[in-house]
Design a protein around this ligand. Structure first.
Ligand SMILES: Nc1ncnc2c1ncn2[C@@H]1O[C@H](COP(=O)(O)OP(=O)(O)OP(=O)(O)O)[C@@H](O)[C@H]1O
Length: 280
């Protein structure tokens, strides 16, 4: 679904933040990028989302070159970003956020598909009770749910989530992870950045490690030594015997049932049909 090749990105000339980053993600999975502060995780997501133009390299989505396309076109191509820090409109209500955002993917617009407001409130019931509250009146967890709901409203095929569990209570973080885990069943591929190794291995089908702008080969989180391998990529010491060096890991889709009891609004794997009148 997503193929990135030799991507070099920076904010200043001759000072790259990402160094020849390459990555290939299959569709319908949850894929994590783990890395310390300043590694370049946000820079990578923003480059995929069209906020930043790379110096060299390419970004391909479903075989189409989307390198450096503008944000609006990236949304129409099926990419949505749930940014770090949430970036909500503080004076607008939950309902405003959900009704002002419309499906961005061209196919979704043409077919009238997407996540309706009622569907999103089923996914995030906590928001239903807060529909008329302003964003700045929400808790951190509710703000994060609204950030994800707003991104899903764009009917993405690829959802980019930048540290979605940052600063949240464990139970709320579990809830967010449960929602992300289930999105592939609705045709949404998830690329999520996380600072913690353990959270990534419990959530993702593949894990990449980003350190100082350089991306590791994909790590299969189902293997026995995953956490050790990731810790080694991060340059952390480990008490256990290091795993044997393997060839570049083959990405393996391993479908896990959601573990936290969230039931999706639709049983079909395709995007949910928008209900007429849900934008009022
Ligand atoms: N707008 C900007 N202008 C200049 N430098 C920037 C800008 N945004 C980020 N950087 C620099 O790029 C590097 C990577 O930052 P980035 O935010 O991508 O890392 P990160 O892995 O997401 O970190 P964190 O986990 O702290 O959010 C850092 O050195 C940061 O200071």
């Amino acid at each position: 679904m997503l193929r990135i090749g030799e991507l070099t990105v920076g904010y200043e000339p001759d000072a790259p933040v990402l160094h020849t980053v390459s990555m290939a993600l299959p569709p319908n999975g949850v894929h994590a990028i783990v890395g310390p502060n300043g590694a370049g995780k946000t820079t990578l997501l923003h480059t995929i989302a069209g906020h930043l133009r790379p110096t060299t390299g390419y970004v391909m989505l479903d075989g189409h070159d989307i390198t450096g396309i503008r944000t609006v076109r990236a949304a129409r191509a099926g990419i949505a970003l749930a940014p770090q820090g949430r970036r909500l409109w503080s004076s607008l209500t939950v309902r405003d956020h959900l009704t002002m955002t419309r499906p961005g993917a061209a196919t979704a617009q043409e077919q009238g598909c997407g996540w309706g407001v009622d569907d999103l409130l089923e996914v995030f019931p906590a928001l239903a009770a807060r529909l008329h509250h302003r964003a700045d009146q929400l808790s951190g967890g509710e703000q994060q749910m609204l950030t994800l709901a707003r991104a899903l409203r764009l009917a993405p095929r690829l959802l980019l989530c930048d540290e979605p569990t940052e600063g949240l209570a464990p139970t709320v973080a579990d809830r967010i992870r449960a929602v992300l885990t289930d999105l592939p069943r609705h045709g949404v591929t998830v690329l999520v950045t996380l600072p913690q190794t353990r959270a990534a291995t419990g959530l993702a089908h593949t894990v990449h490690v980003l350190t100082a702008g350089r991306l590791s080969d994909p790590v299969d989180p189902t293997t026995e030594h995953t956490e050790d391998l990731i810790r080694r990529h991060l340059g952390l010491t480990t008490d256990t015997e290091p795993p044997p060096r393997t060839e570049r890991t083959t990405v393996r889709a391993c479908h896990r049932p959601p573990t936290h009891g969230w039931h999706p609004p639709s049983q079909t794997p395709t995007p949910i049909v928008t209900r007429k009148g849900d934008q009022s």
